[in-house]
Design a protein. Structure first.
Length: 416
């Protein structure tokens, strides 16, 4: 070994020795890792559901009940993602000395481990940062958020699976409390060959530093481990409690950090995009507005008065935004299935078109949703004609659908 790399190794070993503490014990890493793994898994499953609702694979169908299904899955998705931020930072803090090994890997297995952890840390930091910023409707990047968020989710899950596989012996060793903490309440020291830190012997360290790398607890360390877990737990809990009110009415009063308040907005309902921002004010206020119903070559048009003269249905349904906020409202309007029946085409997919151009111009209402008795072309919300910002003259509202598919400022429905 050259003098240079020997020095480098010594330097890294010294840094690890200085950073080592009982708070950075593998048991702490396992406790935080379990929580982080569970939170990521929840995010992955709920995120996959949300993604597929917006981009279904051929032949896929989705439940239309319970009506609050998407409200719950997406609320949980964003809350779990927010909880991941302190958990990931706490986990990084705990394993910091392990990231400072030199050389980074000596074996092929070691290389795989380092590569997977680098991938996992990098992709999850980007995922959580961009995801959080997205909930504030801030898109300071040049790529399409949803596609990148989706791709990164797979990178995270893949690298996490490799990471868990490689670390399985450490995870198993420190999984149970009884195996990790002695009768005196102190963490058990990491033995040689027992788990990562024990194996990772550094050259040329003095006894005290090596013992700290080995995770031999000092009297103060039991406290600092609890402090770390307490701080991470409090941060994660607080971040969730202080934002969950964006979807959970019971916590609305302590919604300090989330961008949307339950009842703040026109007609006691938040507005995601205003009519002005969508560029639809002229088209939406045009007295000549009509809704066009199309099925093959059969076409019917309805003025707003004609829609209002049809049988009206009232439903209580939430707007549940992908960004995590959701609010329940009273909607009143015409059942989509009544309208499709008028053009003689029930039980089929329906394309909804907006007066707006661009990304939100067209959405697909699958047959199960189009046929659902609670799916409406809504004319009123919370007892008043729709505000221009909520989609006047008419908007789509359906159960168990992401807010992004609840098309505002409708211009046409086309049966497929
Ligand atoms: N035409 C159109 N419809 C739209 C949108 C839009 O930007 N344009 N935003 C969608 C999104 S992302 C959500 S969450 C809901 C919000 O409805 P609201 O603004 O009435 O609360 O409308 C949906 N419908
Ligand atoms: Mo949304």
């Amino acid at each position: 070994m050259s003098i240079r790399s020997g020095r480098l190794e010594g330097g890294f070993a010294l840094a690890r020795g200085v950073l080592a503490s009982g708070a950075r014990h593998p048991r702490t890493a396992v406790v935080l890792g379990r929580l982080l793994g569970a939170a990521f898994l929840i995010c992955f499953v709920t995120g996959l559901y949300s993604h597929l609702l917006q981009d279904p694979l051929p032949g896929m169908t989705f439940p239309t009940r319970p009506a609050w299904l998407y409200r719950v899955t997406q609320g949980v998705h964003v809350a779990a993602g927010i909880a991941c931020i302190p958990l990931l930072l706490g986990k990084l803090h705990t394993v910091l000395p392990l990231l400072l090994r030199w050389p980074p890997a000596r074996t092929l297995g070691g290389l795989l481990e380092r590569a997977s952890i680098a991938l996992f840390v990098a992709s999850s930091l980007v995922q959580l940062a961009t995801g959080l910023v997205n909930t504030y409707q801030w898109y300071p990047w040049p790529f399409p958020f949803r596609q990148v968020h989706f791709a990164l989710a797979w990178v995270i899950v893949g690298s996490l699976a490799i990471h868990i596989g490689v670390k399985l012996p450490v995870i198993a060793r420190w999984w149970r409390r009884a195996d990790s903490i002695g009768p005196d309440g102190a963490l058990r020291p990491v033995g040689p060959g027992e788990g990562e830190l024990g194996r990772d012997r550094a050259r040329g360290l003095t006894g005290a530093l090596q013992r700290r790398i080995d995770g031999v607890p000092r009297s103060a360390d039991a406290i600092s481990r609890r402090t770390v877990l307490g701080a991470v737990g409090t941060a994660a809990g607080a971040a969730v409690v202080l934002t969950a009110g964006q979807s959970l009415p019971a916590l609305a009063a302590v919604n300090v950090f989330a961008p949307r308040q339950q009842r703040l907005g026109a007609q006691a309902l938040p507005v995601n995009k205003t009519a002005r921002a969508a560029g639809v004010i002229d088209a939406a206020t045009d007295p000549g507005w009509t809704l066009t119903m199309r099925a093959g070559d059969r076409t019917r048009t309805f003025t707003r008065a004609a829609l209002a003269a049809l049988p009206q249905t009232s439903v209580v349904l939430p707007i549940a935004c992908v960004e995590g906020w959701s609010v329940s409202a009273d909607w009143r309007g015409v059942r989509v299935r009544d309208l499709t029946a008028l053009v003689g085409a029930s039980g089929r997919d329906v394309v909804a078109r907006s007066l707006q151009h661009g990304a939100y111009a067209v959405t697909l209402l699958e047959a199960a949703f189009a046929d659902d008795p609670e799916t409406l072309v809504a004319l009123e919300v919370n007892g008043q004609p729709l505000d221009l910002d909520h989609g006047y003259p008419a908007r789509l509202i359906a159960p168990a659908r992401p807010g992004v598919l609840q098309t505002k400022w409708l211009s046409a429905l086309e049966v497929r």
